[in-house]
Design a binder for this molecule. Sequence first.
Ligand SMILES: [Zn+2]
Length: 212
Amino acid sequence: MNCRLCGSETNKSFAAIDGITLYKCDNCLLIFKAYDLELEPDSEKNRYLQHNNSEEDQAYLRHLNTAIQPTLPFLSSDMEGLDFGCGPNPVLAKVLTKSGYTCSFYDPFFFPDLPDERQDFVFATETFEHFSNPAKELQLITALLRPHGTLTIMTNRWDENTDLGKWWYVRDPTHLVFYHKETFRFISEKYDYSLEYDDGSKIVILRKLVCR
Ligand SMILES: [Zn+2]
């Protein structure tokens, strides 16, 4: 089994719950599901339609704000950004637009057009865990960012205290990959980012170092 992020070979089956086999990569510390557990695209899209988030949902807005607030010091109103993997309703882009920022949105299922221009910031909230090929998505996001642009990622992380046999995050069939704090260190080095912010559990802000 090759790691979905760094490509290293691993045969370390890490945990199995309800027929879910997980693998752990010793190189980048990504935990990932077996490839045969990926949903068909239609089933995956239907799952996202069932979890349609609304800008009227105050709890969801507070949740998004935990990613927006620490990013604001990096932003100014003349910047352009992208809500990457926004799902059927681009709530984060709407919130930022309402606050005076320019933010477009992209989702492979619902809004598949990418912006022509490079972006000053990218948000990927509750998106990275869905990537079947995180290496490919990181290449895409990195190509979309201008030098010194920021990438805000919100995804629940595992650590040595996580009981993978009970973790709800693993049970969602659209969640394929699970990151460790060290995985973001690996990502920063491989794709040339500096790690600017880490809330310790689910949010990191990376800043692109050089033009790629
Ligand atoms: Zn790996």
